[in-house]
Structure formats: structure tokens, C-alpha cells
Design a protein around this ligand. Sequence first.
Ligand code: NAD
Length: 503
Amino acid sequence: MAIHLPIRQLFIDGEWREPLLKKRIPIINPATEQIVGDIPAATAEDVEIAVQAARKAFSRNKGQDWPSTSGAYRAKYLRAIAAKITEKKSELGKLEVIDCGKPLDEALWDMDDVAGCFEYYADLAEGLDAKQKAPVSLPMETFKSYVLKEPLGVVALITPWNYPLLMGAWKVAPALAAGCTAILKPSELASVTCLELAEVCREVGLPPGVLNILTGLGTEAGAPLASHPHVDKIAFTGSSATGSKIMASAAQMVKPVSMELGGKSPIIVFEDVDLDKAVEWTLFGCFWTNGQICSATSRLLVHESIASEFLDRLVKWTKNIKISNPFEEGCRLGPVVSGGQYEKVLEFIATARSEGATILSGGDRPKHLTKGFFVEPTIITDVTTSMQIWREEVFGPVLCVKTFSTEDEAIELANDTHYGLGAAVISNDLERCDRVTKAFRAGIVWINCSQPCFCQAPWGGIKRSGFGRELGEWGLENYLSVKQVTQYVSDEPWGWYQSPAKL
Ligand code: NAD
């Protein structure tokens, strides 16, 4: 399929700017392994200019600067961005497919979610105006107090490649709604649609400097951005390893961070389920987005009494998944994002095999596809809790399986991880689901499903999956600071010191 990939530059202060060192990074289509274009590679010098532009937009002439505009004013821009995304949905969806390899149906779904996210935060921006000066009740009548919610400042938004534009939207929309100005640094492995967001911002006339978009490598563009003294906050989504580095650099300046990191989430299937429905959610929970989901429920715990039948059906359903070029109609599994990721996933499978696990299904590249970074959806059994495949995030289409006999055992196995992002329980006994929900050590729980995500509900993890919440009103709070204002309202003098007049 011939699709035109626009040649873009960095987006700084409302304009396209060539990176100062003129470096570019090739774009490789993961389904064909062909170079299809390139993106600009920012370095510390470009970061400096982008931070200055964002600072200027944050503190330009009083009254006209972005933070002192009303929420209703900012909402108009967010709605205009949403409308443009919808108008360009088909083109953006295709670019996303070429760049990261997800099936076209999924990419188009992402674009709807991106537009929905901007619309949602437009609503919240409007609502923010009415929430200003919320009174705080005090125990002394001589004082009155209220609270102002103010934008945190210039924020750095650093994102991964699995939902390239959507992860950007989850941060850009609430940051701009709150009145922050921002620098978005998407992943070097999939930046194309984020650069198109820059074009959208130009088209809707977003004031210069409010959103700057820098593509480039993590070490060359991300690191100087995260450690920049004039960046007031970092919102990061990515691996726990990078998250920890960013926290260390932010700590030098006591800079706030929010962290959406990796996971190794469990799905518990009890014996009372409709087998086929449970099988389908198990597949979707792990193999959607070509298996590259932070919250993938990649550890299946199935009750021993149904395990044999369940696994039988799971394998049959898995073999029915259409693995193809992501543009083909009905494709449900495309390639992983890059050659490096492909090697990494196959290495995980090889290690599981060498540690004594059984590859029940998949485990290799699909025979009918000779090009592209494709990995078969893989199911691994005979897993012990000390194996790498049980403990570490694969970030590819790999599901590992254990059985259990009691609810307590299932919960113990489910919580046996350093991570705490998502968890799912499938059972027709809703009281049991409620008990298990409370026992899960995770930030997100799905009951009788896995993965559906709505921008109205909070998203985030505990333990090494991070902290802070994106989406919903929590996502807006990420970019707001609370100012206490307390006024003395009595006519009487304070009277703590003796007045010289009375001496
Ligand atoms: P990554 O950590 O390699 O990169 C994420 C971003 O950080 C990229 O933009 C990268 O360029 C940048 N980066 C890399 N090194 C940096 C540094 N030293 N300083 C500053 N920035 C740096 O992650 P990835 O491979 O792009 O994404 C996969 C990971 O993201 C998985 O672990 C996945 O679970 C996680 N993820 C989490 C969520 C969530 O909501 N919790 C969502 C999606 C992905």
C-alpha cells in the first residue's frame, strides 16, 4: 500500500525547525522491514530552545499567557484539535500502522480514543473555572480561606511506542487543559503521528510555544529534557528501568514526576465460567496491540478442574487469530515494533524453554510470513514462579499459564510480582469477584473482561508499575498545583505584640 509519509521537522514555538545538528532517525515499517522515511532527532541544543519557548508561552504578557486564560478558552483549542483528529482519522490511522505495526482496525480505534480524550479534557477545562476559589472551612471566624488550582508550569511529557498518539494525548490534553505549557517527547520507534499532532496544532492556531514536540533518542533528547532546570514536572510512560533513571535525575531538583511503567498482570479464571467467553477475554487481554500492552494480563491462572479443557480451547482460538500485514482486512495480530523487540521476545521464549517450560502453542515466527517482525501468539505452560517468563515483562504476544486449586492460592500467585498495574478476574460468582478485586495489589482491576480502557476512569499502577494516575479528573490533577489563600477578615488588630502606642 503506497502511503505518503510527510517529511517533518521538530515543532518548536509554533514552527517547524530543523534539528540544530541536522540528525535524522530512519522510520522502519515493522511489517516489511523497509525504511519508509525518517524523523528529526533532537539533541540537548534543541531541548534548550523548546524549553525556552514553553517558558515564554507560560509567562508571556500578563493576561494573555496560556496559564491565565480561562479553562473555557483553552477548551476551544482542545475541541478544535479533537475535530481535526477526527477529520484526519483515516490518514492518521494508516500512518500509525506503518510506524508501529498495529492492525488498522486497532489504529483507527486509537484515533477515536485520541479525539475522545481531547474532548473529555475540554469538558474538564471548562469545569475548572467553576472550581476556583473553593472555600476551606476554618475553625476561626477571623480568617477565610480558599483554594486556587493553578497549572504546574512547563511540563515534559515522555511517551512510549505502543500507542504512539494515544499515549501523547493522555498527557497533552490534560496538561493543556490545566494551563501548563508542554514539550512532548515521543518514542524514537514511533513518532510519526505525534509529529502530525504538531501539524494539527498549527492548523487550529494553538498559540506558539504552548505545545512543542521533539522527536529523538531517549538519551539525546529525553534525558536533557528530564534534567532541565526550567522544566517543572515530568510525566513519563515507559519501562521501569527508564522511569527509575528519570526519577533519579528529577530528584536532583526535587522535581515532581508521575510514572506509568511496566507490568506483569494476572488474569484469574475460576471454574464456573463460560469457557469460550473467558478464552476470548484471555486472548484479548494478552494479544491485543500485538501483545505490547503495559497492562497485558500475561499471567493466566486457571482453576485446575477446567485447565485441560480451557487450554485446549485457548490453543484452538489462538490458531484462529489472523496474523498478517496489519493493513489486511481482519488482521488481529501484526508485527512487534522493531527488530530489537522481535529478538527480545524470541529470547524470552528460548529462555523459558531452556528453564524447562513447555511451549504449548506458537513460539516462533509464523511460517507464512518471511518478512517483518512477526511473532506467533505464544502460550507457555509448566511454568514455575522462579522462571524469568513468570517474573519479567515480555512486551510481546506471550502468555504464561499456571493452575490453582483455591481462591487463596490464586490470589497469592496473582500478587507474586514486583509490578502492580492491572489484574483481571473471570467468574460468574460476583461476590467472589468482589473479594478478589479487594485482594489484588494493582491499580486497575477488570471483572469478567480484560483491557477495556475509558478516558473517564483513573489509570495507573502501584509497586514498580509506578505512581500517580492518568485519565479522568485524576489526570488533570497531575498538572495542577493547589494554592492556599487565607485572608484575615477581622477589623480588630491581631494583638500578639504590645502596640508602641499603648506604652
Ligand atoms: P522506554 O522506557 O524504553 O522508553 C519510553 C520513552 O522514554 C521513550 O520516549 C524513550 O525515548 C524515552 N527515554 C529512554 N531513555 C531515556 C532517558 N534516559 N531519559 C529520558 N527519556 C528516555 O519504553 P518503551 O520501550 O518505549 O515502552 C515500553 C514500556 O512502556 C513497557 O515497559 C510498558 O509496560 C511501558 N508502558 C506503560 C504504560 C502504562 O500506562 N503504565 C503504557 C504504555 C507502555
